[in-house]
Design a protein around this ligand. Structure first.
Ligand SMILES: Nc1ncnc2c1ncn2[C@@H]1O[C@H](COP(=O)(O)OP(=O)(O)O)[C@@H](O)[C@H]1O
Ligand SMILES: [Mg+2]
Length: 262
């Protein structure tokens, strides 16, 4: 068996720290996850007793200056964002050569866990209602020239039916004058948003996924949802702004609310 180097480094260098460890003024309660870049801990602030999430750049990544700077940029970007569905940056600190930042804790489940571990299923309408919330977060970000570029199920957390977006590790703030870059990044987010919708639509899919069949054949979606998805995924003329997406999303939602004709 050939072991991937990334797995080796993860187990040798990137072992999560033990519960009870005190990081600055935060006591580590639980490791919430080890992602591609970060180790995420649920912690209690020793001063206020409040729960927060402390994100540490994986030590194996921290050896490279580029990754180190990227991690600092991630915290910096979070500091500039002020949105109720995005965790606010609370604090940042360094211990020895490790860099950490502290953010609000979103006490919910990410969409990947909801589907894979809790087998949650969404109807087409429920999925679109949920994705409308995500679209309004994307709209806020794009208005501020911020492009997330990593909109994926593990980066979207649902807490009491409210959608939150996390993980700004790959996000970019682009100067509005750089039209080409803005347009590319915008399309990236639209595409990922379309993939997210598809992912939710598959939650109710019972058959065996086949490489030969496309989502159009496997999922029998409402024609208005198909129009939306084809544009988001670049199969037909792509969207140029979030309002166009909002409009089509609302049309699809209304169509799904209508009673079925027999
Ligand atoms: N603020 C938060 N509140 C609750 N859970 C979080 C928070 N930030 C991260 N997580 C959990 O930790 C996981 C990994 O975090 P993430 O920031 O996406 O790391 P990476 O950059 O390595 O992908 C997420 O999928 C999510 O389940
Ligand atoms: Mg992530």
């Amino acid at each position: 068996m050939v072991l991937k180097w990334s797995y080796v480094t993860r187990f040798i260098f990137d072992k999560p720290q033990k519960n009870g460890t005190v990081l600055n003024r935060y006591t580590l309660k639980k490791c919430l996850g080890v992602g591609a870049y970060g180790m995420i801990y649920l912690c209690t602030d020793n001063r206020s007793g409040k729960k927060y999430v402390v994100k540490q750049l994986r030590p194996s990544k921290g050896k490279k200056q580029r990754e180190w700077e990227r991690f600092k940029d991630e915290a910096e970007l979070l500091r500039k964002i002020d949105h109720h569905a995005i965790p606010a940056l609370m604090d940042e600190f360094r211990i020895e050569n490790q860099y950490y930042y502290v953010m609000e804790y979103v006490d919910g489940d990410n969409i990947e866990d909801l589907l894979f571990f809790q087998n949650q299923m969404f109807t087409e309408l429920e999925a679109l209602i949920m994705m409308k919330q995500l679209l309004s977060i994307i709209s806020y970000l794009h208005q501020h020239n911020i492009f997330h570029t990593d909109i994926r199920p593990p980066n979207v957390i649902v807490k009491q039916e409210k959608v939150h977006l996390i993980d700004f590790g790959l996000a970019n703030r682009i100067d509005q004058d750089n039209e080409k870059a803005v347009s590319n990044y915008r399309q990236d987010d639209y595409y990922d948003f379309g993939q997210m919708i598809l992912f939710l639509m598959y939650s109710k899919f019972k058959g065996k996924k086949s490489k030969k069949r496309t989502w159009l054949e496997e999922l029998s979606l409402h024609p208005e949802t198909v129009i939306l998805l084809k544009k988001l995924l670049g199969i037909s003329e792509p969207y140029t702004n979030v309002n166009e997406i909002k409009k089509d999303l609302n049309i699809a939602m209304e169509a799904l609310k209508e009673p079925k004709r027999v």
